[in-house]
Ligand binder design. Structure first.
Ligand code: PSU
Ligand code: MN
Length: 321
């Protein structure tokens, strides 16, 4: 399905808020935000505060936020406060990756969209930039547990800002997979792929970009060529709140052992590991998590604004030639 205008989206499935529709029509900067972090990634009430804070962060940096979720079987792009509240505290929302869309819409469910789920809706609506915390990836010691996030990144023409991937994953295999699928991993002012809580995983990125403008140029050139893969931007967590790699590794090893002894499988693995690492580390990991989500929202808004500026310049050039 190729949508040229928000009004062409099937109304039985999509509901796009007024300010997002307006920004889409005017080509103004927009930042998509995921909601699995609200439903499955963070505890209540931090999840609700965070959901509101990231939206404010986007607005403060000259872009319109578009949090995406499924509410009573509709794909909502741009949530009302009350919808955010029900996702944050009701605890019945489904985790929405690609395979879950039909099930959740037909069943009139509520759902929090993962990176994969958010990418699907964002690209259909025409949003170009997306901020998240950490992407899914290849799991350790389970080579067939590969997050659908990776596949979706290979077929979604968006800039996705993350803090790398958590070291609960097999990070070298995750980066290999991204390379195979043609997804460039751009470090923001770094040569190292960050590991979510830690500023570095010790693994190299594809390129070190120094500014939001440079990232906007890279993405714009890919789109001009007609390439459909994402540009993954890896923004290290704020150093003041980042945790040392060896400390995080101890929590992860314990969490992985607990998952195994409790026979946790499938889509429950990631939320279980996230929760367990949070418990084991106390408040420190939660503080790092919240800070990096806001920092990613800010960088995403800056990139969206630069993409908008470039589109104006290109438009002027084309009109004048
Ligand atoms: N990693 C995190 N925090 C998260 C997630 C991953 O550090 O909240 C969530 C994201 O929504 C991501 C999803 O898209 O988990 C991946 O789940 P799975 O591995 O089941 O594909
Ligand atoms: Mn999985």
């Amino acid at each position: 399905m190729v949508i040229n205008h928000p009004s062409e989206l099937p109304k039985a499935i999509y509901s796009v808020s007024t300010d997002v529709t307006q920004a889409l029509q005017l080509g103004h900067p927009l930042v998509a935000l995921e909601s699995a972090v609200i439903t499955h990634g963070l505890p209540y009430p931090e999840n609700l505060t965070l959901a509101r804070d990231v939206e404010s962060e986007v607005r403060a940096n000259r872009a319109i936020p578009a949090t995406i979720a499924i509410i009573k079987g509709k794909v909502k792009v741009g949530l009302e406060l009350q919808e955010m509240e029900s996702l944050a505290c009701e605890g019945e929302a489904r985790k929405i990756s690609r395979r879950d869309y039909g099930i959740a819409i037909a069943g009139k469910m509520n759902g929090g969209t993962t990176v994969a789920g958010t990418l699907i809706a964002a690209r259909q609506v025409g949003i170009k930039v997306f901020a998240t915390g950490g992407i899914g990836g290849v799991h350790r010691n389970a080579p067939f547990d590969v997050s659908a996030d990776l596949m979706e990144l290979s077929q979604s023409p968006l800039v996705v800002v993350c803090a790398g991937a958590k070291a609960i994953l097999d990070l070298p295999s995750t980066l290999e997979y991204l390379e195979t699928m043609g997804v460039p991993v751009i470090g923001y002012q770094t040569d190292d792929f960050p590991a979510f809580y830690s500023t570095s995983s010790g693994l190299p990125v594809s390129y070190n970009a120094s500014s939001p403008e440079q990232i906007a140029r890279i993405a714009t050139m890919q789109w001009k060529m007609g390439l459909r893969n994402a540009v993954l931007v890896a923004n290290p967590p704020p150093p003041a709140l980042a945790l040392p790699r060896d400390v995080v590794e101890k929590y992860i090893e314990k969490a992985l052992a607990d998952a195994e002894s409790q026979h946790i499988t499938g889509s429950k693995v990631t939320p279980f590991l996230l929760r367990r690492v949070t418990e084991l580390s106390g408040g420190a990991s939660l503080r790092a998590n919240l800070a990096l989500l806001k920092s990613n929202a800010r960088l995403a808004a800056e990139i969206a604004y630069q993409i908008y500026q470039l589109s104006i310049k290109t438009g002027e050039k084309e009109a004048g030639s």
